[in-house]
Ligand binder design. Sequence first.
Ligand code: ADP
Length: 166
Amino acid sequence: MTVAAYPGSFDPVTNGHLDIIHRASRIFDQVIVALFVNLEKSPMFTAEERLEMVREVTAGLPNVTVESSTGLLVDFCRRRGVDVVVRGLRAISDFDYEFQMAQMNKELYERVETVFMMTRKEHLFLSSSIVKEIARLGGDVSRFVPEGVHRRLMEKIGETGGGGLR
Ligand code: ADP
């Protein structure tokens, strides 16, 4: 049985993330969406809110589970029996960082393989950061995120004006 982890901040989860989760769920026996709490970023949504949103949008996928974690991804992989790390690739600009992370994770945990999935062309320029930026400035982001996420995004901006910067 191949267990894959799809790590990220998911602040918030977008249609680009969701597409990667769907496609990974067709390839691997089990997919754990691993929400990492990154202390260097100041998120718009709390870890709890992000977790709830990812759980909601993946509820129909029986082999997908969602967990939050802190610390090193390779330690998470060791603990949870994860052999494959799934990452999405958009443009060449993603490659540099992803290449470095994949090399480093292999160095730290020989058993783990990183598998990259190419984004669909309609999600090429989609990121959580750009969605938040457009939403804060009053633009319509409803086609970039699932419906429940859009509602929460609007609520959050109404409450706080959008909070953190990334
Ligand atoms: P991180 O903070 O680790 O970059 P993100 O939550 O931004 O985490 O993204 C998690 C993963 O999803 C990364 O591999 C990222 O490249 C990928 N991803 C984000 N947006 C898209 C998209 N539009 N299409 C494909 N993959 C994406």
